[in-house]
Write a protein that binds this ligand. Structure first.
Ligand SMILES: NC(=O)c1ccc[n+]([C@@H]2O[C@H](COP(=O)([O-])OP(=O)(O)OC[C@H]3O[C@@H](n4cnc5c(N)ncnc54)[C@H](O)[C@@H]3O)[C@@H](O)[C@H]2O)c1
Length: 319
């Protein structure tokens, strides 16, 4: 693996003694067939410290410094949002022997033109671009897409979603989760409110309709001045699903009729095996499966093409 951008999500602050597998370096370290062979960070001190921490053979301060003959199964782009596109372009342009997979952090790019160019470069080079929309790798959201679970939840009637940290930067997580679960047909999009207004990416509150489900969606943007919050409160015809605090607390309540004939909610079990593997562990397991078999259908739900409709929704609101 070539890792570009040695910051938080890459594993810069991980405890060497172990802990939850929430970084690229931790997930790669836990996979028997992957090793980070080189790392790149624009800050030479950060690149060097990261290489020492993870015993990586080579480190560089830009993709341009990589030898032309270097060849990697996976390149990870975990640099800041605004740099993803240019780093990806330089990877596509400079490699004589291209990569197996390009694994990019979200949001992959900033404009529809960049998205179109990346899709074209990926198709021309036959290098899949996989996006770390982490909830697409999470067992909870995967089970929620299954027919057997959908039959138990019934249809979505309303969603209240809470997020922080910029519409483009973090709103993409929530829009993409809805896209992943219900399809990307967002209509009647209205901006209700805006916080973090002094920044170039305000945290918008947005109301819209999910056409396929005929459900109202309220996306509440909160400031992270006091703490970070990611919650989904999904009301279905047969019950309510609360996903609190970055999936730390997941509660399903099903509708029952009590002895007074009233419909009320009662806690029950709906999911199995959630939390056995972190999203990034699942991601690297699937990258490996694709590299071993060449079967592209393994990656289909997590490719740039699958995530593209979510990015279009994000940009349409900005417009
Ligand atoms: N998928 C997720 O759930 C998730 C979670 C956290 C962060 N992210 C994404 O990961 C990316 C990185 O976030 P972070 O919190 O780790 O950021 P960070 O600021 O901690 O790290 C980014 C690193 O990239 C380096 N860098 C900057 N420009 C570079 C360039 N052109 N080439 C090489 N290195 C460069 C910086 O020096 C820094 O060390 C962001 O795009 C963020 O949205 C995704």
């Amino acid at each position: 693996v070539l890792l570009i951008g040695c910051g938080k999500i890459a594993g810069r602050f991980d405890d060497p003694a172990g802990g939850p597998v929430e970084s690229h370096a931790a997930a790669i370290a836990g996979h028997p067939d992957f090793t980070i062979r080189a790392c790149v960070d624009a800050d030479a001190g950060v690149a060097k410290a990261f290489a020492e921490k993870y015993a990586i053979e080579r480190f560089y301060t830009s993709v341009a410094e990589l030898p032309e003959t270097a060849d990697f199964d996976v390149a990870v782009i975990s640099t800041p949002d605004a740099t993803h596109f240019s780093v990806a372009k330089s990877l596509f342009a400079s490699r004589e022997k291209p990569l197996g997979i390009l694994f990019m952090e979200k949001p992959v790019c900033q404009h529809p033109g960049e998205l179109a160019e990346l899709l074209a470069l990926s198709a021309a080079a036959e290098i899949p671009v996989v996006v770390n929309m982490s909830r697409r790798f999470h067992a909870l959201y995967r089970q929620l897409r299954q027919r057997s679970i959908r039959e138990q939840t019934g249809r979505l009637i309303r969603a209240d979603i809470y997020y922080y940290g910029g519409w483009r930067h973090n709103g993409i997580h929530m829009v993409d989760t809805l896209n992943f679960l219900f399809g990307g047909r967002f209509t009647d999009i209205q901006i209700l409110d805006s916080t973090d207004t002094g920044t170039e990416d305000p945290t918008l509150s947005v109301k819209c309709l999910l056409a396929g489900e005929d459900a109202e969606v309220w996306i509440h943007g909160l400031s992270d001045q006091h703490y970070q919050l990611f919650d989904l409160d999904l009301k279905y015809t047969n019950g309510r699903l609360q996903i609190r605090n970055f999936e730390a607390d997941i509660r399903w309540e099903t509708v029952v009729t009590n002895n007074r004939g009233e419909k009320v909610l009662v806690a029950s079990n709906l999911f199995e095996g959630i939390g056995e593997r972190s999203p990034l562990e699942t991601a690297y397991a699937e990258l490996h499966e694709y590299l071993s078999t060449g079967n592209l259908s393994i990656l289909e739900p997590v490719t740039l093409k699958s995530v593209s409709p979510s990015m279009q929704v994000i940009w349409s609101v900005n417009d």
